[in-house]
Design a protein around this ligand. Structure first.
Ligand code: NAI
Ligand code: 15L
Length: 273
């Protein structure tokens, strides 16, 4: 039988980190954008459903990442270690892994990457600061440093080879805020999907850094340098305000987790005495 012509925008999207919290949310929801969603992770992803391909891969394995990239149109790079950890582990998954992704993207002539960066690239700014994406990065730990590496690496691949990337400095993308900090950093799943849609379908993005955050009552982040994406958040943490009646008292003096934007990440890793 003759194959039915598809009118989906992409033939194949690669999603790394497909077994993770966000990967499992995106798995189903990005299907309208591609004939095939290629799912990859280092852990079990279950059975392939219609319109899916499952390709397990350790991001630190260069040859495997190159195989993963064959016939891919665009990449949503969400795989890697997602919280503070020892440097060796972070180096393998996030630093070497992201380097492998970009080398493979270059070799396979993939045109665009969406990189799941993090608010922890700027976690050492104060919670009284209002920052934009042109201000210097101030990572709050080795995890944040690895995301700074990914942002810098993607800038290099754009400047040298013209490979476009949207780095999304994701705030806190979970079903709902679970502490007062997340009243500021909350990024609903619907808004995440909308920002990804903007990042994929805006004709020219060059190298863009966007804060991934909903339209929350308070904000630390000015998204002016990503305005060309046209992202408009529809959700707000205000819907959960009843859970944190005292969040107006934030920050709390002498509580480091409320003084810096990185929150509890300030208490991970080596501490100054
Ligand atoms: P997650 O930890 O649930 O998912 C990450 C996935 O990457 C896991 O399934 C893990 O198995 C996989 N992975 C780890 N090392 C790997 C390796 N060496 N090779 C291949 N796969 C590997 O994290 P989550 O919440 O889904 O986040 C997804 C991405 O978004 C991560 O890159 C994270 O840093 C970033 N992010 C997420 C935020 C959030 O609020 N959920 C906030 C800021 C950034
Ligand atoms: C992140 O970068 C982490 O991946 C996620 O698990 C949360 O800790 C998030 O930041 C946050 O700051 O809430």
């Amino acid at each position: 039988m003759k194959p039915v012509a598809s009118n989906k925008p992409f033939k194949r999207i690669l999603l790394t980190g497909a077994a993770g919290g966000l990967g499992r949310v995106l798995r189903e929801r990005i299907k309208p954008w591609a004939d095939i969603v290629r799912l990859s992770d280092i852990v079990d992803m279950g059975e392939a459903q219609e319109g899916e391909e499952i390709m397990p891969c350790d991001l630190s394995d260069k040859a495997a990442v190159h195989t993963l990239m064959q016939e891919v149109d665009v990449v949503l790079h969400f795989g890697g270690i997602s919280t503070e950890n020892n440097f060796e582990a972070i180096m393998q998954a996030n630093i070497l892994g992201t380097y492998h992704i970009y080398e493979a993207v270059h070799q396979a002539q993939v045109k665009r990457v969406i990189f799941a960066s993090s608010n922890h690239t700027v976690g050492y700014y104060k919670t009284t600061d209002y920052i934009d994406a042109h201000m210097p990065m101030r990572a709050d730990g080795m995890y944040g440093v690895s995301k700074c590496f990914g942002e810098t690496l993607s800038r290099y691949y754009f400047d040298r080879f013209g490979i476009e990337t949207v780095c999304v400095r994701i705030g806190s993308s979970f079903p709902e805020p679970v502490n007062p900090r997340m009243m500021v950093t909350y990024f609903s799943y619907d808004d995440l999907l909308e920002l990804l849609r903007c990042a994929l379908f805006t004709p020219r993005v060059g190298h863009t850094i966007s804060f991934g955050v909903s339209n929350n009552p308070a904000s630390w982040w000015d998204n002016r340098y990503a305005s060309h994406l046209g992202y408009q958040a529809k959700d707000s943490s205000a819907a959960f305000a009843h859970k944190f009646p005292n969040s107006g008292a934030y920050p709390v003096a002498d509580d480091i987790t409320t003084l810096y934007q990185g929150g509890a990440f300030l208490l991970t890793g080596p501490q100054y005495k």
